[in-house]
Design a protein around this ligand. Sequence first.
Ligand code: AMP
Ligand code: GLY
Length: 428
Amino acid sequence: MGISVLIIGGGGREHALAWKISKSPLVSKVYAAPGNPGIARHAECVPLATDDLDGLRKFAVSKRIDLTVVGPETPLAAGLTDLLTKEGLLVCGPDRAGAQMEGSKVFMKTILRKYGIPTASFKVFEEYDEAEQYLLTHRLPVVVKADGLAAGKGVAVAQTYEEGIAFLKDVMERRVFGPAGERVVIEECLPGEEASYIVFTDGDRFVPLPSSQDHKRIGDNDTGPNTGGMGAYSPAPVVTPEVEARVHREIFEPLLAGLRAEGIVFRGILYAGLMIERGVPRVLEFNVRFGDPEAQPLFLRLKSDLVPLLLQCARGEIADAKMEIDPRPTVCVVMSSGGYPGKYEVGRPIEGIEEAEKEEGVVVFHAGTSMKEDRVVNHGGRVLGVTAIGDTLKDAIARAYRAVDKIHWEGAYWRTDIGRKALTRGNG
Ligand code: AMP
Ligand code: GLY
């Protein structure tokens, strides 16, 4: 008998987790809460919401789940790991204290400053008037961030003072993000190119995944509003071996030591959002979970079993963790509901997913889908993650878009330039 695994979440990242975890010879049963129709191919979906902490605890206890893997940040920040750990269960994902690395920008930035980790210079404010006064003296562009979780919408890179003040008012006075706006961070705008760097850690040692890059804006050529991520690819050529060595030495090593000095043993996934300027990496943000959609192209490159690493993180003992990575690049094109990240229509039947998956090297991960009268329909903003591997990035991109062309629903939207930035660097 293998172990039982419970995956928390129901998006594209969690589909990629379920797809990968269900392949493990160590695993005999996979549950997902709440899951989605794609996840249902690899796991038994349980109708429990990710914020139903008590329901999740009861379920995990009743099934004596051997390993819980938490996809999104909100249950981590709310203390799901603490609850399950108290019941003697293993969880890959930090406790509430560790989750502050994502749950509070003030906490995260203060730790970075204290332990000398390169990041944008910043100031913290609790009073609107003081924040406004400071903002007006700051060089443009200026970055304003709500302290708490705001579903990726809590940041403005303001090009003008009017923009900065409007956002500050939204956050601190109108409280559009609720208590997340009790404090703000105002920081300098860093130039450079962004990349994602994700590691498994037991709080002491860490094992990195390859680099990746997300595409946060809705429109081609990085235009329009921010989204949860419209596509990703791996590796990101901006993360050269030299940059990678610096990321280990200047960011992850001092950070883990610093967290331990603060009494925090971080067991789970730590994701650094980096800005890289002429070979110098600086931290934009930390997440305490896998990236979505970065997990999709990353897991497609992971040849070895994911489960031993997840278990070792949860147990706090990363030992002989070897990862075998496919050297070939991967890309994930997110297909979204037209109108996202604003309003959009749901319930439209989706055609062609099976056809798309006949394309060699392609896996279609479900994100915002549901079943309606035996048909898969769009249900969320980000709907599918069409993910492909190729001998070159150019091949991977071509395959992913050939697959995308086979998928149809009314109002479907996708960016047409995922991965292009890496090609123009001459790494295709
Ligand atoms: P965050 O949630 O902190 O990652 O911010 C969301 C996005 O805002 C990032 O992915 C960047 O594109 C941008 N951003 C955040 N902080 C900065 C900064 N200090 N300088 C430039 N861009 C930033
Ligand atoms: N793709 C960005 C994130 O997962 O936060």
